[in-house]
Design a protein around this ligand. Structure first.
Ligand SMILES: Cc1cc2nc3c(=O)[nH]c(=O)nc-3n(C[C@H](O)[C@H](O)[C@H](O)COP(=O)(O)OP(=O)(O)OC[C@H]3O[C@@H](n4cnc5c(N)ncnc54)[C@H](O)[C@@H]3O)c2cc1C
Length: 480
């Protein structure tokens, strides 16, 4: 059986590794950090378990990506379902609950945005079609001839109804003269789940992710890192290797094939097939002169992905006893989102005592930020910017959760530099590519015969559920 070496123990790398191990492959995962999960990891600090990036876990409904993976592998996720509101959106003059229950959600949007009924009806119909496609084997966009031949098998008659939206933008579905608060509401959700707002996001992709709150949202007990930890445990129990503190610094290649991965500890691992749980920029660096021309052209041509600014806060749970754990704040609906104007806030559940010392709970706050604006700053300017963003995020938190500032016992900031050093993603680019065009979606192709990409750089991109779908597709491709 072939030997697979995976660079990176993010959700994408671990999922593909586990699926191929199940098929009898020999599997080695090399991870630079001391724990798994990358952007969906949970780290320890002074008795707290902070979610590093991802906090909201979707895709645990009966046909969701995480559920299907668990069925294939025969494992159980340690989760608690969220049954009321997946999250609460705080606009300057409205508070909207993203209810998990579709009937309750319909009543909520009709009350807050009475003119939006037709929009949500189209969105729901498109989402139903695309979620259904995603439960079949749908290798999109095809990276091989075999995949291209398999594509039509996943289509059904109702898929045709989605065809007119293939190249449209989501903004085209919004009511004419959409009020600023409704547009900000939709855009804020698109930004966190499609990395693009309605004027840029593809209509089908956008409709799909707007359904997220009603697609199996759960709490991962112990923190988001539990997804990766469960996968690592499964891989090890089934004879695979996951090696921490092994940062791959170079990929050795010969005749258009990768022959070995070298780590900073001097380890050299040979394999038949390599998977990079990496961005194209990171992969190109590892290949050096051997990087295929197309990969090199891609990294020069593409705009950088978004970055994130995050705050990790230890809170007095008596002052912030809020049972709903996820909140999204838009400070000004007439201003661009991100950069502190839209902030996602996640509290650890009150009942999860593993997350913080007694009487306390954790909070992870994040906002989208342009990575270039954090580059090459002199130390003083960098610290100033960090302090400004800290203040913006605390203000947003205070809006959603009054008393937040007083409740804070510990505050740590994470800039794109922090994300770069902890996830090894160049410039701290996170969240994958903005999903603006289905026809331009990225395949796992790298230009090297036995090297493929996995993770949020490939379609369908960001989120633990999205990355899991992409990784399932890559595992299937490698078995072909
Ligand atoms: C602030 C923020 C908030 C988010 N919120 C959510 C959310 O609420 N819900 C959601 O579902 N998703 C969310 N996401 C997105 C989600 O976290 C990611 O899309 C997903 O986790 C990416 O997984 P990945 O497989 O691409 O791997 P990554 O998370 O990028 O992990 C890659 C791994 O590879 C390792 N690595 C990199 N280079 C090397 C090397 N050279 N050698 C060895 N190891 C290496 C890294 O250390 C890392 O562990 C969020 C992301 C961020 C940043």
């Amino acid at each position: 059986m072939p030997h697979l070496t995976v660079i990176g123990a993010g959700i994408g790398g671990l999922t593909s590794a586990a699926l191929l191990l199940k098929q009898g492959w020999r599997v080695t995962v090399l991870e630079a950090a001391t724990y798994a999960g990358g952007c969906a990891g949970t780290f320890f600090h002074k008795g707290y378990r902070f979610d590093a990036g991802a906090t909201l876990a979707g895709g645990f409904d009966p046909t969701g990506a995480h559920t299907r993976l668990a069925e294939i592998l025969g494992l159980t996720w340690n989760t608690t379902p969220i049954r009321d509101a997946a999250w609460v959106v705080h606009l300057p003059e409205k508070t909207i609950h993203q209810w998990v229950d579709p009937l309750r959600w319909r009543a909520e949007y009709l009350e807050n945005f009475p003119y939006s009924k037709t929009f949500w009806q189209i969105q729901e119909r498109l989402a139903r079609i695309t979620w259904n496609i995603s439960t079949r084997d749908f290798p999109f966009p095809p990276a091989t001839l075999k995949e291209a031949l398999r594509l039509p098998l996943a289509l059904r008659l109702d898929t045709l109804a989605a065809a007119p939206y293939l190249t449209r933008k989501l903004i085209g579905l919004l009511p004419r003269q959409t009020p600023a608060d409704f547009k900000a509401f939709v855009d804020a959700q698109l930004l966190i789940s499609a990395q693009a707002i309605s004027k840029d996001a593809n209509a089908l992709y956008g409709s799909t992710v707007l359904d997220l709150p009603r697609r199996g949202v759960v709490q991962i007990n112990g923190g988001m890192g539990g997804i990766a930890e469960t996968l690592v445990k499964w891989i090890r129990a089934n004879g695979g290797e996951v090696l921490y503190r092994q940062q791959v610094t170079r990929l050795e290649s010969k005749n258009g094939r990768v022959s070995a991965a070298h780590t900073h500890k001097g380890l050299r691992v040979e394999a038949d097939v390599f998977l990079g749980n990496l961005t194209p920029w990171a992969l190109e660096k590892l290949l050096g002169k051997a990087a295929p021309t197309r990969l090199r052209a891609e990294v020069n041509r593409r705009d950088p992905m978004w970055g994130a600014f995050a705050l990790y806060v230890g809170l007095n749970a008596k002052i912030i006893p809020q049972p709903i754990t996820h909140h999204q704040v838009v400070m000004d609906v007439n201003q661009p989102l991100g950069e502190g104007n839209s902030v996602f806030i996640s509290l650890s559940p009150l009942a999860d005592f593993s997350r913080a010392p007694q009487g306390l709970r954790t909070a992870t706050l994040s906002t989208h930020t342009r990575v270039r604006d954090w580059q090459n700053l002199p130390p003083e300017a960098y610290e100033k910017r960090k302090a400004e963003y800290t203040e913006l995020l605390l203000k947003a938190a205070e809006r959603a959760l009054p008393g937040f500032r007083n409740a804070a016992q510990l505050i740590m900031a994470g800039t794109p530099h922090t994300f770069e050093s902890f996830t090894h993603r160049p410039l701290g680019m996170v969240g994958g590519f903005p999903q603006t065009s289905l026809l331009g979606a990225r395949t796992p192709h790298t230009g090297m015969k036995n090297l493929w990409l996995v993770g949020d750089s490939i379609f369908p991109g960001q989120s633990t559920a999205g990355v899991t779908l992409g990784a399932m597709r890559v595992a299937r491709l490698l078995q072909d």
